[in-house]
Design a protein. Structure first.
Length: 142
């Protein structure tokens, strides 16, 4: 005798199919950023963690940098960093801001409200209340 099938019975494998759909959706957000917007975003707790993941940190990045967000272009040589630091920058030149980040970070300070930036090598770095927003390429560095 076969068991009668009720409309609410879930066919075998439906749970696995549902889980696969959820995982694909979650991982798809990063893929969409990379393909559609040409950007990849990552976060790091400390400067040491950032340096290890990137291969090396820019020489100007303060050792106490924390809460680091990195956005890089997947299509060009553009990169932005957002971080907090109490020590601040060393060995950078203060100049008038003439450029803005190519790779924007949503939670970053409004660079258009900032008149001066520090030029650190090929980077421009804007600061607002202990939060630093750095980008390269930067017109100020040329």
């Amino acid at each position: 005798m076969t068991k009668p099938r009720l409309p609410r019975d879930i066919p075998p494998g439906a749970a696995a199919l549902g889980m696969a759909a959820i995982l694909l959706t979650l991982s798809g957000c990063a893929a969409i950023d990379s393909v559609a917007y040409g950007r990849a975003e990552s976060s790091y707790a400390t400067a040491q963690e950032f340096a290890q993941a990137r291969g090396e940190a820019p020489a100007w990045l303060p050792p106490d940098a924390r809460e680091i967000t990195r956005v890089v272009s997947t299509r060009a040589e553009a990169e932005s960093l957002l971080f907090s630091s109490e020590d601040g920058l060393a060995a950078c030149e203060d100049v008038e801001r003439v450029s803005a980040p190519t790779m924007e970070i949503a939670s970053a300070p409004d660079v258009y409200a900032i008149d001066r930036v520090a030029v650190c090598g090929e980077w421009a770095v804007a600061e607002s209340d202990g939060t630093f927003y750095a980008w390269t390429p930067a017109q100020e560095a040329q």
